[in-house]
Write a protein that binds this ligand. Structure first.
Ligand code: SAH
Length: 477
């Protein structure tokens, strides 16, 4: 175990890393990114964290209009819409979860399968795309935990839903900067990505496009080697990733998983379903199940106080898998997303071209998303791991030393435009009205990680626990 002051020194070294690369992200043509567009959460007003403050679920159900802004949402006939209309005619209404799964990840026409346009010119922008400082600080978090856990000889970094691969790329740069520290550690990267299109973009970003499809030796569908020589594997499901000591990362992943929606009625809980609108040709609408469904029986707690509830069982299954793996093989998981602690009601929304998009219009052409219920995730770990958070993004990044990093970058940048861009990106990540308050960090750690070594032998010891970076202040000297 490296003593804490030594760890701080190492982190300080990492924070001062690669000044030139710390500048705002540069496109291939060498132009600085134009000011980032508002992220998904920041588009919503007046409360950026409450997407539908005025429309009640009931009103939206009766109107079938989704109660959402119609901005840039033509009722375009899409291949996905035709597919869904055929399916609904054959089977009757489907759950919102089934609709969301089809619209996002249908192998032929799903949004992520075909479009998945993340970034300034796409449908939505995420923190790693706004500033590489974000990924650098997360890279430092993993190194810090690796040191705190006694520098295991090998670890897998497993990212769920890596988007364009930007976050892993920024993390790998930190690992490379600290190569002397990691020289005796066998590091490998494992990406869980359902979209063939996005996995190609990730491969280009991380390996320069040099990959091998259908590798024989394991369940990965593709493999390659990073620009810095680290093996990278791609999988469709988390259960395909080989067991072993692993650090997991899920940034804006859980919000993309299918949710079930439930509405309290005079007759009891009913599930919200998606059906064909009988009054408007080739259009979809929400309806309520005529009676309770297996989902209403299983997912609504007797003590539930809200009138409208969203549950994401797939997120529950995945977090349970992560907790089991961490309990058995060691490691940690960092989840960052917008969300709540079991308090919000109707958060289902769509985004296209950086604008709110009606969730039932032109399916397959827009990102669909719902806030993550962190209390549900915590319950689903079933005590197999300890959990930390959720804490707000601005608190996590502050604790990780973002201010110090910004100062270093500002001091080293010569031109005003770069400095302004640095300040804009910082504001986007940290401002409570933008991404600072809406996004949360949540971690799973083995129970022993939160017990001070002395306490194992001397339970009466009053000495503080080792700090977990990000969730507590990390003093960088
Ligand atoms: N983490 C990235 C991208 C977020 S978008 C970022 O922050 O920029 C969601 C990502 O999850 C995309 O890569 C999408 O293709 C992937 N994804 C969505 N549903 C998935 C599923 N069921 N299994 C695996 N990946 C999924």
């Amino acid at each position: 175990m490296v003593p804490v002051p030594a760890r701080r020194a190492l982190l300080a070294a990492a924070l001062g890393l690669a000044e030139r690369r710390g500048l705002p992200r540069v496109h291939g043509n060498g132009c600085l990114l134009t000011p980032p567009r508002p992220p998904r959460a920041a588009l919503l007003s007046p409360d950026p964290c409450s997407p539908l403050p005025t429309a009640t679920a009931a009103a939206r159900l009766s109107s079938g209009a989704g109660g959402q802004p119609e901005a840039d949402s033509p009722n375009r006939d899409t291949a996905m819409l035709r597919h869904l209309l055929l399916k609904l005619r054959a089977t009757g209404p489907v759950t919102v979860a089934e609709y969301m799964r089809e619209a996002l990840t249908n192998p032929g026409q799903g949004y992520y399968t075909r479009r998945g346009d993340i970034g300034d010119s796409g449908d939505f922008i995420t923190s790693p795309e706004i500033s590489q400082v974000f990924g650098e600080l997360i890279g430092i978090w993993y190194i810090s935990e690796w040191i705190a856990m006694g520098k295991p000889k090998a670890f897998q970094l497993v990212e769920l839903g890596p988007g364009r691969g930007t976050l892993t790329d920024d993390i790998l740069r930190v690992f490379n900067q600290l190569a002397s520290l990691l020289s005796k550690c066998d590091v490998s990267i494992h990406l869980v990505e359902v979209s063939p299109k996005l996995s190609e973009i990730q491969a280009l970003m991380l390996t320069g496009g040099k990959t091998q499809s259908d590798p024989e030796e394991n369940s990965a569908y593709m493999k390659g080697v990073s620009k810095t020589g680290i093996p990278i594997f791609w999988y469709t499901h988390i259960q395909d990733v080989p067991p072993g000591y692993s650090f997991y990362l899920a940034h804006e992943f859980f919000d993309a998983l299918p949710i079930h929606k439930f509405q309290r009625t005079e007759k009891g809980w009913r599930e919200v379903l998606v059906d064909i609108d009988t009054e408007v040709p080739d259009q979809l609408r929400f309806v309520l199940s005529p009676s309770s469904t297996p989902a209403t029986e299983n997912f609504i707690q007797p003590e539930e106080m809200r009138d409208h509830v969203e549950v994401c069982p797939e997120a529950g299954v995945i977090i349970q898998r992560l907790a089991c793996r961490i309990e058995k093989d060691g490691g940690a998981a960092l989840v960052a997303d917008y969300g709540h602690n079991g308090t919000k009601t109707d958060t289902f929304r769509g985004f296209r071209n950086h604008k709110l998009h009606h969730v039932l219009r032109a399916p397959g052409t827009a990102d669909l998303t719902a806030d993550v219920d962190f209390s549900y995730l915590r319950n689903m770990t079933q005590g197999r791991t300890a959990t930390l958070g959720p804490i707000k993004q601005r608190e996590f990044l502050k604790n990780m030393g973002i201010d110090l990093r910004l100062q270093v970058l500002l001091q080293n940048s010569r031109d005003t435009a770069t400095r302004e861009q640095l300040l804009r990106s910082y504001d986007m990540l940290m401002n409570p009205k933008k991404m600072g308050d809406c996004f949360n960090f949540f971690a799973l750690l083995p129970h022993h990680r939160l017990v001070h070594p002395d306490k194992k032998h001397k339970p009466e010891s009053k000495s503080p626990q080792l700090p977990v970076a990000g969730f507590g202040e990390l003093l960088l000297k």
